[in-house]
Design a protein around this ligand. Structure first.
Ligand SMILES: [Zn+2]
Length: 169
């Protein structure tokens, strides 16, 4: 946005969440006159579509609390849980401002799978209905470092292209 004093385009010094994630607070500075000021940007609340079509505002704190509970005594960095919630908020805003409760559950599971299997299973147990088929085997997503690390005996014995190139020189 432009500086209210001189009209120069300002730059953002710092962005923080405010009002429990419903707003962004930005510290701005004008490169023209040096004035500093703060802006608040409020977003439309994300809506959750429940089974049966009922809508309710997305409760960021409640979802995060659920993820924290599922990760109790597990080796999970709370910042990774925050990141899952932020990813869900991004997906919701990108998708027109609403997400189904079911989709939110799936996104949580997708986020937890590579972090910790115990937390994944714990969280899956709190969701209504079965775990989506493509998430039933969390090993697929992590645990041993992803599918790339699972090379068959045959693959492992075969030289990588780089090794082959070195051999030819
Ligand atoms: Zn200015």
């Amino acid at each position: 946005m432009d500086c209210p004093a001189c009209g120069t385009h300002t730059r953002t010094l710092e962005t923080r969440r405010a009002e429990a994630g419903a707003a962004l607070r930005r510290r701005r500075e004008c490169p023209g006159c040096g004035q500093r000021f703060t802006t608040f940007e409020r977003r439309e609340p994300l809506m959750v579509v429940k089974r049966g079509g009922r809508r309710q505002p997305f409760d960021r704190a409640k979802l995060l609390a659920g993820l924290v509970r599922a990760s109790h005594k597990r080796d999970v960095d709370p910042r990774d849980l925050e990141a899952i919630v932020e990813g869900i908020e991004r997906a919701g805003h990108a998708g027109g401002g609403e997400l189904s409760a079911e989709r939110i559950g799936e996104l949580c599971l997708e986020g937890l799978a590579p972090l910790d299997r115990g937390a994944f299973l714990q969280f899956a147990g709190t969701l209504p209905g079965p775990v989506p088929v493509d998430l039933q085997n969390p090993r697929k997503y992590g645990e041993s470092g992803g599918t790339d690390s699972v090379r068959s005996e045959e693959d492992a014995a075969r030289p990588t292209p780089r090794e082959r190139a070195r051999g030819d020189n």
